[in-house]
Design a protein around this ligand. Structure first.
Ligand SMILES: Nc1ncnc2c1ncn2[C@@H]1O[C@H](COP(=O)(O)OP(=O)(O)OP(=O)(O)O)[C@@H](O)[C@H]1O
Length: 229
């Protein structure tokens, strides 16, 4: 009989609670994420998905409990310094400089990371190869999102925090997103995805955040009932 201990989860949320504007978003959550794992956050608009991701990125502290990376609390300054280098973040703010080329907008991040040679292949995979030398202001919303996803590939960090990564993507774009998440996980990477759109992520843990406010009748309900507005 083996007495070997099971491996530590790479990320562990230990009894974590989270507040925003003095309102509870998350209460006593316990989640373990191992290498290759995925967590999908769902919930209505304003339920706190982005807030939760920001907390995981260390931009805010849990109001209770602790977030452990390799068993260490990420809010400790020595740990945070290492932890933040593991993260790759896609948010609705795309940090794209319109006057730079598409390639520059990826390469700049790659250079900061101290690597080279991955930006163009990443853009090609995301279907933007032929636009690489165009100014970024030429890009459509979906193409801007594809550029953000190319950055994920060019920088190649193990923990991906993706806030609504499929917004503005067409069907092919969503398939590419699903593909790169699956490939990232095969290499042992972790994907944490906040979304209210369906994205196929195999064997993902799903965490549904409760609505922050009691639901009142909305315009959509009134239209469904066919009643007067
Ligand atoms: N910059 C901010 N300052 C103060 N409060 C904020 C800020 N951004 C969001 N909030 C509040 O925090 C709550 C959670 O917002 P959050 O953006 O985390 O929700 P979400 O689930 O990601 O929403 P959505 O689906 O609309 O993107 C919201 O109800 C909002 O009122």
């Amino acid at each position: 009989m083996s007495l070997r201990k099971p491996p530590l989860p790479r990320l562990l949320l230990n009894n974590v609670s989270c507040m925003r504007n003095a309102q509870q978003i998350l209460r006593n959550a316990n989640v373990s994420i191992h290498d290759g794992g995925a967590l999908v956050l769902t919930g209505t608009n304003g339920s706190g998905k982005s807030t939760f991701l920001r907390m995981l990125a260390g931009f805010s502290k849990p109001s209770g409990g602790e977030i452990l990376w390799n068993g260490h609390n990420i809010t400790e300054s020595g740990v945070f310094h290492q932890y933040k280098l593991q993260l790759n973040w896609v948010s609705l703010k795309d940090a794209i400089q319109d006057r730079f080329t598409v390639l520059d907008n990826v390469q700049w991040f790659e250079v900061l990371e101290g690597s080279q040679g991955k930006s163009l292949p990443a853009l090609q995979l995301m279907g933007l190869g032929r636009l690489a030398n165009e100014k970024s202001r030429m890009l459509s919303m979906g193409q801007r999102k594809r550029l953000q996803l190319a950055r994920l590939l060019a920088i190649d960090r193990p923990i991906w925090l993706l806030d609504e990564p499929s917004v503005a993507l067409d069907d092919d774009g969503v398939k590419l997103l699903e593909y790169i998440i699956a490939e990232h996980r095969k290499k042992g990477g972790i994907a944490i995805v906040a979304t209210h759109l369906p994205i196929k992520i195999e064997d993902a843990m799903i965490m549904r955040l409760p609505p922050r406010f009691p639901r009142r009748m909305t315009l959509v309900d009134m239209l469904d009932r066919g009643g007067p507005i």
